[in-house]
Design a protein around this ligand. Sequence first.
Ligand SMILES: Nc1ncnc2c1ncn2[C@@H]1O[C@H](COP(=O)(O)OP(=O)(O)O)[C@@H](O)[C@H]1O
Ligand SMILES: [Mg+2]
Length: 391
Amino acid sequence: MATKKLEVTLSGRLDTTNTAEWFEKVSALIRDQSAEELVIDCEGLEYISSTGLRALITVVKSGCRVHCFGVSPTVYDIFEVTGLNTLMDVQKAFRRIHLDDSALIAKGTVGMIYRLDEDRVVKVFNQKVTIDIIRRERKYAQKVLLSGIPTVISYDIVQVDDCYGIIFEMAGAEEFSRKLDRTPGMFDELAARYAGLLKQINQTPVGKGDLPEAKEIYHGYVDASSAFLSGAEKEALHGLIDSVPDRDTMLHGDYHANNVMYREDELMLIDLGDVSRGHPIFDLAGMYVSHILVGSYQPAFIKAGMGIDTDVCRRLWDRVLRLYFPDETEIGLKRKEDLIRRFAHLKLAIMYAIAPGLENYLTWKPLEDARAVLFPGLEALKADLEKDDLC
Ligand SMILES: Nc1ncnc2c1ncn2[C@@H]1O[C@H](COP(=O)(O)OP(=O)(O)O)[C@@H](O)[C@H]1O
Ligand SMILES: [Mg+2]
């Protein structure tokens, strides 16, 4: 159950002249609302004296958690030298930047990408994206970089008007999809790199708790699908997810030709908000959805979203499958593709929870198809997954 939060604002100074009055007011509110967390917007707070700090300590000691956000560098220093930041969650104010002269270079599904200078871009998230999600994307991006996978540096979170953004290293001027579209003669080489990068991700070890578990993420999407799925259907899908064997390796979560950039002969992975830990079938099935299934419903959506035609997408998928499983026979590949295809329908069944608004493009057909593929063959699919001989 969500904890009860009390949100207040602090501005100006909190010192001997006004702390007693502030503390009395806040304590009464905490009591009246039985609040378990006090969230303090400190954007306007210019100074806090030891009297102010003691008031915060008293709140913490009463058992109420305290979060201060928007803290200026001066006030942050006070929290740090006194060690108060060890008792409560203290978040610095974000630097504000203005994009007056910055060119818009790309539009993603959740954000707009502007070029800041020769080496850096800023991804400005739309207002629906919460700061927690943005922090998560930055944290994961750092972990992926540290794991040795070719990806960009993620710099600080900034405020851009009413939105937040993350500053990233410029990953090259061209998406993998565009490079593929522009230089068809390089198909073999590009496909090999694309498959190699996915395999590198899927073979990178991840410690327990370092990234979220893919199974937990999928359980969450099933739980969020009550508007589309019955209780019994949800139950069946939870069972399907549970039947996927556990793994301690990395998943990108949205591996497609616009989330890989081409730069001077190397590929760079971007868009790391969905990385997780788990069995490679989650990434392979995700690819099957974005490269094959979406195009089967809306060819134009693939071209508009990924910049390549459905037949190139199909060739790319076929090649990736062969390169991912280099020792497999033709029959073996068919079996693997069939397992991936069936499991991919799980993603179709929960698509509208994963990407709200997508129904406008895809209509409800994918959900119908997911039902037809998943439910009659559920036990067979679970048994095939539990065998764990995919990879
Ligand atoms: N670091 C970067 N360098 C260059 N281009 C980028 C960078 N990050 C994103 N882009 C461009 O912006 C597009 C959308 O960014 P992405 O992070 O994938 O956003 P979304 O989460 O909205 O899909 C990418 O497909 C790419 O064209
Ligand atoms: Mg993207």
